[in-house]
Design a protein around this ligand. Structure first.
Ligand code: ASP
Length: 423
């Protein structure tokens, strides 16, 4: 390494050590006989002091340093006198007295200062995303996501789940949005669809006997942009064989409890309240009520279950799935399937936090005939069903186990576009 230490590492126990630091010039203060550089890297900031006597020829170079120059500084750690200690800085007990400095790369004057509180437009931040990410506040979001991923992976691994990848160039996996299409050069006139979720793959993995699957998966949905939508986003996706709703609730509750404890230091109470869709509508006129006032807490989790299986699309004069068409109906409603689709409840569920839908899932259909019936009710004819979902219906005939799962994404609002579902 070009350096001996990072910019967040040194303290008074390193007094008088000879060190080499590399990083970006955060600020330069020229006091005539003294130049102070705040040197920044991902780990922190270290004050470097140039005194002509110590720095020799490097003093001139230091005079030419500007914000965001990349430099390598060799020097001696010097404990600061007690009244000069900067308690706001992890390295505030020391400074580095520079012996020499090498400019590894100069920088243009950046379009904005690299500091936490900035009043700049999002366009500029996104154009210069690499500079925005040098701000600690923004960088910390990356760390948070990294820690979240570590937690989720550890959790699912300990619970016996297997992390599986699924393809990106694939057949359509309907979640209610439009597909992104990619031309297949080797089969002119044909297209791959990018997956809206790994839904069908994870179901087929259950047929394979994987038993417990999870994945941190990219999903692609071509829909109108809104604050909480973007064309590609990430899901934590899971599926298991032989569960009922309560098994999935218990697993996800345990995961949420660990995430909130580890990342926020907050104890959340489990089990979460369960509310049927009907009761939620009767009581709160919404399927994602915000129960913070009633509970007097900061985090009001609840499960909403027993959604209707279908809803009527008056424009197209047909029934469509409220969740997705692979969701199982409640057993006791099965006999009404053809006579009154509007009365059938499904085994789907949403996890709601403070009025926001975090994710959803369901117990699935694993029976080929029932799945075929559902496709028929939502208006797919036999030919179309075969073409689009023949592989699934076939797989179901080779011993598909009962299964169910859940997914939550890095954006809220799953249900709105489902309501616009078109198959
Ligand atoms: N695949 C569904 C979604 O993307 C979630 C699930 O049913 O597991 O919302």
């Amino acid at each position: 390494m070009l350096r001996t230490h990072t910019c967040g590492q040194l303290n008074s126990s390193d007094d008088k050590k000879s060190v080499i630091l590399c990083g970006w010039v955060a600020t330069r203060r020229d006091h005539g006989k003294l130049i102070f550089i705040d040197l920044r890297d991902r780990y922190g900031i270290t004050q470097v002091t140039f005194i002509p006597k110590e720095a020799g020829e490097s003093y001139q170079i230091a005079q030419g340093l500007r914000a965001e120059f990349v430099v390598k500084i060799t020097g001696i750690v010097n404990s600061r006198p007690v009244n000069n200690v900067n308690p706001d800085l992890a390295t505030g007990e020391i400074e580095v007295l520079a012996k020499s400095v090498e400019i590894l790369n100069p920088s243009l004057t950046p379009p904005f200062e690299i500091q936490n509180d900035l009043e700049i437009t999002e366009e500029i931040r996104l154009k210069y995303r690499y500079l925005d990410l040098r701000r600690k506040k923004i960088f910390d979001n990356f760390i948070l996501r990294h820690r979240l991923y570590q937690l989720m992976r550890t959790f699912f691994n300990l619970e016996g789940f297997i992390e599986c990848e699924t393809p990106i160039l694939t057949k359509s996996t309907p979640e209610g949005a439009r597909d992104y299409l990619v031309p297949a050069r080797l089969v002119p006139g044909s297209f791959f669809a990018l997956p809206q979720s790994p839904q069908l793959f994870k179901q087929i993995l259950m047929v394979s006997g994987i038993d417990k699957y999870y994945q941190i998966a990219k999903c692609f949905r071509d829909e109108d942009l809104r604050a909480d939508r973007q064309p590609e986003f990430t899901q934590l996706d899971m599926e298991m064989s032989f569960p009922d709703e309560e098994d999935i609730f218990a697993l996800i509750e345990k995961l949420m409890q660990i995430i909130f404890k580890e990342l926020k230091g907050v104890d959340i109470k489990i089990p979460f309240e369960r509310l049927s869709y009907k009761d939620a509508q009767d009581k709160y006129q919404t399927d994602k009520p915000d129960l913070r006032k009633e509970r007097k807490g900061d985090f009001a989790f609840l499960w909403i279950k027993d959604f209707p299986l279908f809803k009527y699309n008056p424009e197209e004069k047909r029934w469509e799935s409220e969740h997705h068409p692979f969701t199982a109906p409640l057993k006791e409603d099965l006999d009404k399937l053809e006579s009154s689709p509007d009365k059938i409840k499904s085994r789907s569920y949403d996890l709601v936090l403070n009025g926001v839908e975090l994710g959803s899932g369901s117990i699935r259909i694993h029976d080929q005939q029932l799945q075929e019936k559902i496709f028929k009710i939502i208006g797919l004819d036999i030919e179309e069903t075969k073409k689009r979902f023949g592989f699934l219906l076939e797989a179901f005939q080779y011993g598909a186990p009962p299964h169910g799962g859940f997914a939550f994404g890095d954006r809220p609002a799953f249900s709105d576009y489902r309501r616009r579902a078109k198959y």
